[in-house]
Design a protein around this ligand. Structure first.
Ligand SMILES: [Zn+2]
Length: 416
């Protein structure tokens, strides 16, 4: 199909033949029509089987825990994939990670219902969760599995057995350089490290594969964007977003500098927004009264787009969130999106006082996942085989949403 087939009628009205489902309104500028067509053509280049295959590819490295050989091997694999897509200018951010002395990892556990196996219903008193939202309804226990023997698959247990060592770390990114504004960029991210003795298929193989798929489509030989886009796969999210903190610390003051002067090259284009993707697959609803969660996806499954209302860039972040809500409405094939205000505990956090920052997720992080909505979270059951096609399709719909938003925001065009 010719994506940009347009016809100018006798009265001068521009009519699209390629997108009959989205008729041109009289008086709407032609530019908007072209962007609509480009986003649709790009979204059609996504595919459920390709998305699943990338998640499956990531799970060959087990939980990809930071500070291990399997984590390094996964970074090498991701780099090779990005290059094969045409995103060839890969770079690595280097930093040191030393775990706090004598600490047991506590991040992400504040939502736990102290060691009980059964559910609790939150009472009439207001319970504030991480990120500032209110806990409502039935809550179930959460936590991080640290017991190797909880992984019943002996081969996977062996694959995950090397412990994390303190020391030097790397995280990988590549950049689509803007044709009109190479000095400005959006950052599209997910974390490639995992925890819990499973395969980290959902947390966060699902977000990592989303970023890689968006990179693949936007790196197509016929695709140009006016502004730059950086695709980054964070390390050390599970130890407390150390990888994204390192990036902000090292690079925030380099924004917009042309190096060397007059070269037209910008090693760190000015940040226009940071979009994080963390756990994209599982939306089966609130825990049941017995503390378990439904095996079936709930019919109301949606993508949760969160910003943080207490951030310095809350207003800009909210505006960015609504752009994603609108591209979901136009381009996602199956599931809607909802916007809320309690973004927390993910790699967009270190950006939220510097630039517009949002996260896309299967559920709200504080009020829902923190209250037990995802029983695989940081558990040995976070395996590729755990998820159904309905689950994977929720992740694909988030991929469609982000790809279309990037096409719109960065000004994507198709070369003839
Ligand atoms: Zn995560």
């Amino acid at each position: 199909m010719r994506p940009n087939l347009i016809m100018v009628s006798a009265c001068g009205l521009v009519i699209s033949l390629a997108t009959p489902a989205f008729p041109q309104r009289a008086g709407e500028p032609r530019k908007a029509l072209d962007e609509t067509n480009v986003a649709r053509v790009l979204v059609e280049r996504l595919d459920l089987d390709l998305y699943k295959a990338t998640i499956k590819g990531l799970t060959q490295f087990g939980d990809r825990r930071q500070g291990t050989d399997r984590n390094k091997a996964a970074i090498d694999w991701i780099e090779a994939q990005l290059k094969s897509y045409g995103c060839t200018n890969t770079e690595r951010l280097k930093y040191e990670y030393q775990p706090p002395a004598g600490s047991v990892r506590a991040t992400n556990q504040a939502g736990a219902v102290g060691g009980e196996s059964t559910a609790r219903r939150s009472g009439t008193a207001t319970t504030t969760t991480q990120g500032g939202g209110r806990a409502r309804g039935v809550r179930a226990r959460t936590g991080v599995n640290n017991d190797p023997n909880a992984q019943l698959d002996v081969k996977l247990r062996q694959l995950n057995s090397q412990p994390a060592m303190p020391g030097s770390r790397e995280e990988i990114y590549c950049t689509k350089i803007g044709t009109a504004h190479p000095e400005e960029m959006y950052i599209v991210g997910a974390h490639m490290d995992g925890i819990g003795w499973g395969e980290a298929a959902n947390d966060d193989g699902s977000g990592t594969a989303l970023v890689m798929e968006v990179a693949r489509v936007l790196s197509g030989a016929d695709v140009q964007t006016e502004r730059s886009i950086r695709f980054i796969l964070w390390n050390n999210e599970e130890t407390g977003t150390n990888g994204s903190h390192a990036y902000v610390d090292q690079r925030k003051d380099l924004q917009g500098q042309e190096v060397p002067p007059g070269s037209g090259k910008y090693p760190e284009p000015k940040w226009l927004g940071m979009i994080q993707h963390d756990m994209m697959l599982f939306d089966h609803g609130m825990p049941l009264e017995d503390g378990t969660v439904s095996k079936e996806q709930r019919p109301e499954a949606d993508i949760n787009i969160e910003f943080q209302t207490s951030a310095k860039f809350a207003a800009q972040s909210q505006a960015l969130a609504w752009v994603f809500e609108s591209t979901n409405e136009k381009y996602a094939t199956d599931y809607p999106a909802a916007v809320s205000s309690h973004m927390t505990n993910t790699d967009s956090g270190p950006f939220q006082d510097v630039v517009a920052a949002i996260s896309l997720r299967e559920n709200e992080r504080g009020t829902q996942i923190g209250n037990g909505w995802d029983p695989q979270w940081h558990q040995p059951t976070d395996l590729y085989i755990t998820y159904s096609n309905k689950d994977f399709r929720l992740g694909l719909n988030a991929t469609q949403t982000t790809l279309a938003a990037m096409a719109q925001l960065a000004g994507a065009k198709l070369k003839k």
